[in-house]
Design a protein around this ligand. Structure first.
Ligand SMILES: C[S@@+](CC[C@H](N)C(=O)[O-])C[C@H]1O[C@@H](n2cnc3c(N)ncnc32)[C@H](O)[C@@H]1O
Length: 266
């Protein structure tokens, strides 16, 4: 169902980023949203908005206008990451929402402006995949992967990506990382649940009572030393060991999950 035509194989594969020679050779420079709007306004969007403003009082004309919005087609012959196509799709859907609101103010009908109205050609397979994800396969999820940044000393962050779509589609994709930091494997899915698994929405909820007939847990993870040992801070440990060097071997690091995340040492 993808309307996007992709040619690839001629452009050198690039593991992380486009080098400046390839960038120059293939014209890999993407247009900013501000500049895209400068173009699509005079090209067609301003006319559509003017037409809408002129027919706001006639439901029949609004219905015809809505049908027209759903038949327009858009083509970017060197679509890069799809920036143009994505902005046009969004603007068209915003206009459609206003039109539907003018036809039936109380109703919330589904959008009929479809990604099938959008076409593109792109030589770079990575960029073409990005277009599909942005435009076509917005029903997708990447399971946990490390966020890499070229900034020196960047924080270690792990993310998931969840692509939400306004319309139901039959084909969804889950990207699975066998090795954290490795390449993802795309798995076709019929649904994506909140744990990013192709399964029913079975949610594990918080509960304080045991599921079966077992003694109630009366204490969670807790150091049972009234704080005498576990409350030593790093500075206190150093001061203590300076006074009592033979005590050094008896100190052990003791961390809770929260300490680990917030860099607390004790
Ligand atoms: C200047 S960018 C424009 C991308 C997009 N239209 C935008 O404005 O953001 C040009 C794109 O054309 C692609 N390209 C270069 N030669 C191509 C070719 N022969 N066929 C298809 N795409 C090509 C490049 O990979 C690059 O992504």
């Amino acid at each position: 169902m993808t309307s996007l035509t992709v040619y690839h194989g001629r452009m050198p594969r690039r593991p992380h980023s486009v080098d400046s020679k390839t960038r120059r050779q293939f014209g890999v420079h993407y247009t900013s949203e501000v500049n895209i709007k400068k173009l699509i306004g005079p090209l067609f969007l301003d006319d559509l908005r003017a037409e809408f403003a002129g027919i706001k009082d006639s439901r029949d004309l609004l219905r015809d206008f809505h049908r027209k919005l759903c038949t327009l087609t858009f083509f970017d012959p060197a679509c890069g990451r799809g920036d143009f196509l994505v902005v046009v799709l969004r603007e068209l859907r915003l206009l459609e929402r206003e039109v539907l609101g003018a036809i039936e103010p109380e109703a919330r009908p589904e959008s009929r402006v479809s990604v099938d109205q959008f076409f593109g050609i792109e030589i770079d397979a990575d960029a073409a995949r990005a277009v599909r994800e942005a435009l076509l396969l917005i029903h997708f999820a990447h399971r946990t992967f490390p966020w890499s940044s070229e900034v020196e000393g960047a924080a270690a962050v792990h993310c998931v990506i969840i692509g939400l779509g306004a319309q139901e589609v039959s084909h969804k994709t889950i990207y699975e990382y066998a090795k954290i930091g490795g390449e993802p494997r795309a798995i076709a899915a019929s649904r994506i649940n909140p744990y990013l698994v192709d399964a029913d929405d079975v949610l594990i909820s918080r509960r304080a009572k045991p599921l079966c007939d077992v003694p109630v847990l009366w204490e969670g993870v807790h150091a049972l030393d009234t704080g005498i040992l576990s409350s030593f801070t790093e500075d206190e440990r150093r001061a203590f060991v300076a006074r009592e060097p033979q005590a050094r071997r008896w100190f052990r690091e003791c961390l809770t999950g929260s300490d680990l995340i917030h860099g607390v040492k004790r």
